[in-house]
Design a protein around this ligand. Sequence first.
Ligand code: PMP
Ligand code: GLN
Length: 382
Amino acid sequence: LLGPDGVPAPTVFAEMSALAAATGAINLGQGFPDEDGPAEVLEAAVEAIRAGVNQYPPGRGTPDLRAAIAEHQARWYGLDVDPDREVLVTAGATEALAATLLALVGPGDQVVTFEPFYDAYGALIGLTGAEHVTVPLRAPDFLPDEADLRAAFSDRTRVVLVNTPHNPTGRVLPPEVLATVVELAEQYDAVIVTDEVYEHLAFGGTHVPPVTLPGARDRTVSISSAGKTFNTTGWKIGWLTAPAALVEAITTVKQYLTFVNGAPFQPAIAAGLRLPDPVFAGIAAELGAKQEILADGLAVAGFGVLRPDAGYFVIADAAPLGHDDARALCLELPRSVGVVGIPVSAFVRPDHVDGYRSLIRFAFCKRRSVLEEAVVRLAGLR
Ligand code: PMP
Ligand code: GLN
């Protein structure tokens, strides 16, 4: 949690959003949409507030939202989830991750993740006192080497944390990789914790929830969030589904983290989760179109482009433009061309930066006109 100089450091997202605000640059750094999501979802929250749904909701989440989450798991993935015993509503995926890790691991344990990894993983694993073991995902395909994955597990592995679709690479992890994860989790008796916040944002592949693989159901905590699907990142409504004993343990921690969260947003997200299939397909298709605008524009601007299957982000390699230090370039870009991006080095450990040094993550969850203007500006780098 400390920066290189030993003092508490803001996250790279806070740092880069502040830079965007200070310079007026287009913010393709932090991943948040610049448009509202489905009107039904927004209206349901307004109605709930007007109807007086403004006090502490039940600790596990409102019965209606838990039912909607169970229905969602059945509709999309054919899973049979008990809404009373196998669902917990959380303050975003972040709290689900925090409560799960705090409940399951401590000093002496190991947690395996892929690398690059979402920045909160490193910090949260650090808070538990467990050791963070990483498996590299390397350009251009960002898929793990099977031998690296096997080598990461040991008798001390308590949790393997799998993010798919993956931030920052945009990779949808294929079933073969997930099957190896499940096999290793069984062999070492580890819990599989998934982060599937981009589950409905796959435009170039099919998202497979790890819990659907043979052998996974009894040892998997599946985490997701409404923020990305419904453009409600500021509402912080997330959830997890898991076997009852795991939900019990994680709920014990959650009650002392936030106790409960987001009363009027819970009925709104329940309404969102019950929207018809074509709405979800439309959300992914729109994002896919935005991805093309940004990825095509980055290629024209001279970047090497590593196209994503899903999510909010595309990775661009600045090396072909003669820039080997993406962090230095990202600090300069807001003033030189008026665009903010995040260096991929922010998603790897400081001693693992080799292979990622010239890569930048740009977000495309923005209005088309904003993306078009951003690529015109970035073309000025040539
Ligand atoms: N996991 C990943 C991979 C993310 O990209 C994000 C955030 N954007 C989160 C978790 C956090 O989700 P939430 O805002 O629901 O806490
Ligand atoms: N998950 C978003 C991203 O990766 C936002 C992260 C944040 O602000 N903590 O950009």
